[in-house]
Design a protein around this ligand. Structure first.
Ligand code: ADP
Length: 432
């Protein structure tokens, strides 16, 4: 156990030393000279200790300190203790760092640690493979100097990393990477990249399959329906087959509308590059929608329309029409006759708001989040009966995505629902 610092001992040693000097001075009759000599010797001794300490700190390879004497013993031991503590902390940190790196190496994704200036601090082996980094040569390089893609640079600068970014792989042609960035430590960032080529291929195959099947089903269904119509028109009015034929006709009509909706969905999903520069006259569209709604409502509903004059949208007319007419036809179909439907298109601060409000059956909260999934229906029997396919809101969601918008649903069971979306100001042309 090393001696620790004691102020009391220090003062008492000094007092004893000076008293000794004083006694010797009195004995020799030279008090002042002896005291001066004693102080000089003390100073020399301290300088000697100081130079030993200096030598040990800067030149000596030994870990243990030299044997200090007097007050210097505490100083030597104190420094030695501090060094020991630091060595322990460094080895603990090195251990933790080693474990982190082992963990990051075991990840199935490429991982890169960046500082706040986007310089690379560390990357795992998969990052070297997927992103083509060379380690340790690329240590400290700016990442956007190594991944040269305008989308990536914009994503990095945006500081908004909620959504992942998809990029063509810089290493292998035809491969797609999904990049995610998240905050990590003090001002640092962790970039995770994964190869999603296979997932995208499978998604493409699924879409192609659905589109092909729907397309192939269309012709046989048209033929079937044609023959059914012919047989119905030729059947005697009291024929027992007439009811069966009516049912067959209803079912083929349902199948046809489902096939058409599936085709519409694949077309909208595929149309990733919707031209958002064509102006769509909303006043004209609202006129058409009103006619359609009144035909569907057959005087059994109170339908009101409001259209803000001079408020137009830049986008795809067919897609926007399909969105609005889906929402209106749903409002009518899921509201009992006698109900009230309010359709409006108006200017708001952030752009244009389209909303369809009904006082129909409403939707329980647990269903609301899932309504835009394909084939999701709250009550399948009711939907089938009303001619629904469960695809309308899925189509709506995709079409709104293409117009930088999303569907908002507010509903209360038994009281009614409001389906709305906002088209942002950059896609709006407003001349009141
Ligand atoms: P569907 O062809 O069955 O109407 P949608 O995708 O258009 O399919 O709608 C999905 C489900 O959302 C519907 O089956 C229905 O249960 C519910 N829904 C949609 N609009 C309304 C509405 N205005 N009021 C109540 N329920 C609705």
């Amino acid at each position: 156990m090393f001696d620790s610092y004691s102020g009391y001992r220090l003062v008492s040693h000094l007092a004893i030393y000076l008293t000794l000097c004083l006694v010797v001075g009195l004995l020799l009759g030279e008090v002042v000279w002896i005291l001066l000599l004693g102080s000089f010797c003390l100073l020399l001794w301290h300088y000697r200790q100081l130079s030993r300490l200096n030598f040990w700190l800067w030149h000596d390879r030994r870990l243990t300190p030299p044997n200090g004497r007097g007050s210097w013993e505490g100083v030597f031991n104190g420094i030695y203790r501090l060094q020991g503590k630091n060595r322990k902390r460094v080895s603990q940190l090195a251990f933790l760092l080693g474990r982190f790196r082992q963990g990051a190496e075991a990840l199935p994704d490429a991982a890169v640690v960046l500082d706040s200036e986007h310089n690379i601090l560390w990357c795992n082996k998969l990052a070297q493979l997927l992103l083509g980094f060379v380690w340790p040569q690329d240590n400290g390089q700016r990442i956007d100097n190594l991944i040269r893609h305008p989308d990536f640079s914009a994503y990095l600068k945006s500081n908004e990393y909620n959504e992942p970014l998809e990029l063509p792989s810089p290493q292998s042609e035809g491969h797609i990477l999904e990049i995610r960035i998240m905050g990590y430590g003090a001002g640092q960032l962790l970039l995770i990249a994964r190869d999603i080529t296979r997932v995208r291929q499978l998604e493409g195959m699924r879409k192609e399959f659905v589109a092909n099947v729907s397309h192939e089903l269309k012709t046989p269904l048209t033929v079937l329906q044609g023959y059914l119509e012919m047989m119905q028109s030729m059947a005697e009015p009291d024929s027992p087959n007439l009811r069966a034929m009516e049912q067959m006709q209803q079912q083929t009509t349902r199948m046809r509308s489902m096939v058409e909706q599936l085709l519409a969905l694949s077309r909208i999903e595929d149309a990733s590059d919707v031209n958002l520069e064509i102006k769509v006259s909303m006043a004209q569209m609202m006129d058409i929608l009103r006619d359609e709604a009144l035909a569907l409502a057959q005087d059994q509903y109170e339908v009101t329309f409001y259209c803000e004059p001079g408020l137009d949208v830049y986008g795809n007319e067919l897609q926007l029409r399909s969105v609005c007419s889906n929402l209106i036809s749903n409002a009518i179909r899921y509201t009992e006759p006698g109900g009230k439907i309010e359709v409006s298109w108006r200017k708001i601060a952030s752009g244009g708001l389209f909303s369809v409000k009904d006082n129909g059956e409403g939707i329980a909260p647990q269903h609301i989040g899932r309504l835009t999934e394909r084939f999701y229906r709250v009550d399948s029997a009711r939907s089938r009966q009303s001619g629904g396919t469960g695809l309308g809101l899925a189509i709506t969601k995709h079409a709104l995505n293409h117009h930088q918008s999303e569907l908002n649903i507010a509903s209360q069971l038994g009281k009614g629902s409001t389906f709305s979306f906002v088209i942002s100001s950059n896609l709006i042309d407003y001349n009141p």
